[in-house]
Design a protein around this ligand. Structure first.
Ligand SMILES: Cc1ncc(COP(=O)(O)O)c(C=O)c1O
Length: 411
């Protein structure tokens, strides 16, 4: 172990040791932080039946899913591939909710064949369901038409959003379900990510409670997710305890009248895993322009696209020199496009070969990585009880060619 007094640790392990052992770039996740967030989430609610289904799109690695299962979580899946991950991780079908958007009827049939809980998001799917799967209850995703979410790209409950069935079509949807002989067992909504204001979230839940009044017997109400975490010291995060208190009281009143066995569901992704993840990359080059000092890394938006795609902020620490004097750097990638992770950031003095650590790299980070520029995907490591475990190997050059067929073409 290289650990010195000022070594930068993750999950109790010096990150430079992790880079020595597994190489860089690399994603590292800390079980303890995931457990802390899961416990905090569960403790925020006071209802007889709470189901926390991890939105596994945020971090779809079987080992992560297994760990969350051991904590008591279920799974929110949006594709057959995600359902397959959950099944391999040992989840029961009753613990998996399928909440896709605009998928084919064939994919819905596949999900039905696997036996998971299903959410439909359009009229055609409801009619199809009645014909094809009589007796299989389903939930409906309702779009409450609320503008919630950190920015337009991650706001999905507004009136122009493709998601869900418009709340304005509720009467029609109830009629269509009746005519098609489909039992609606749940209502679902998800209005966006990074919602700052608990009141906005509560407003959306009121719309769903009002909609729920119009159904005969629901088994569950699923309020989706959108809980914001902190991206830097002092950053605003969703006051989950306040939200939990308010929504639990409202839910209990509703359930007493409607169905005392009613289940309250959520699908947090970011809240559970964002802060548990660290992305480590090495500085290839430090170079100056007349106005800026750039640090060029051995990674780019092929591995972490959130800063470029969502304008997301990731705190960056020089893990090789954590307590060094600070300089001002723009941190960029090696992709042949503008792939700037951060402009003019205060970071401890950087030299080529230093390891830079990106925080909040647990959610939508590895999962959105690609092979652009024919670069290889990094490895993933999970730390449990201060022991690092390799949970995904780094890609090799041969992986880039695996699905290319090279047929005998006339040239
Ligand atoms: C249907 C659904 N549920 C849950 C989530 C998770 O959201 P978050 O990561 O903000 O918790 C998403 C994210 O896109 C989603 O689309």
């Amino acid at each position: 172990m290289k650990g010195t007094n000022n070594a930068f640790l993750w999950g109790g392990v010096p990150v430079l040791d992790l880079v020595d052992k597994f190489g860089a770039p690399i994603y590292v996740y800390d079980c303890a932080k995931i457990a802390q967030q899961y416990d905090r989430f569960v403790a925020a609610f006071d209802v007889p039946s709470l189901h926390v289904n991890f939105a596994c799109k945020a971090l779809t690695n079987i080992s992560i899913l297994r760990f969350l299962r051991s904590l008591g979580a279920g799974i929110d899946a949006v594709s057959i591939g995600e359902i397959e991950h959950a099944l391999r991780a040992g989840y029961e079908t009753s613990q998996i909710v399928f909440t896709p958007s605009s998928v084919s009827l064939k994919e819905l049939d596949q999900a039905a064949a696997l036996g998971v809980r299903i959410t439909l998001d359009n009229m055609e799917a409801i009619r199809h369901w009645g014909r094809k799967h009589p007796g299989y209850p389903v939930a409906l995703r309702i779009n409450p038409h609320i503008m919630a979410g950190g920015n337009r790209k991650i706001s999905v409950g507004h009136i122009d959003s493709k998601f869900g069935i418009s709340i304005h079509h509720l009467e029609e949807v109830i009629q269509v379900s009746k005519d098609a002989g489909v039992r609606i067992c749940g209502l679902h909504m998800h209005t966006g990510s990074d919602i700052l204001d608990v009141q906005v979230f509560l407003q959306a839940t009121e719309i769903l409670f009002a909609a729920a009044e119009q159904f005969e017997l629901l088994d569950y109400i699923d309020f989706g997710s959108g809980f914001k975490v902190a991206y830097k010291e002092g950053d605003i995060e969703t006051d989950i305890e306040l939200f939990g208190r308010e929504v639990s009281a409202r839910f209990r009143t509703f359930a007493d009248r409607h169905n005392p066995a009613l289940q309250l569901m959520f699908e947090p992704g970011k809240f559970l895993v964002s802060e548990a993840g660290l992305f480590l990359a090495k500085a290839n080059v430090v170079k100056k322009s007349p106005t800026t000092t750039f640090v060029g890394l051995n990674t780019g938006f092929n591995h972490l696209i959130r800063p470029m795609f969502y304008d997301a902020y990731h705190e960056i620490i020089n893990a090789s020199n954590p307590s060094g004097d600070k300089g001002i750097y723009s941190v960029v990638g090696y992709i042949c496009e503008t792939d700037t992770f951060a402009w003019n950031r205060r970071i401890a003095e950087v030299h080529p070969g230093d390891v830079l650590a990106f925080k909040n790299a647990g959610a939508y980070a590895y999962m959105m990585a690609s092979n652009y520029n024919s670069r290889l995907l990094p490895a993933e490591v999970l730390i449990h009880d201060q022991h690092p475990h390799l949970i995904r190997k780094r890609q090799e050059m041969k992986d880039l060619f695996r699905h290319q067929t090279d047929p005998p073409l006339p040239f």
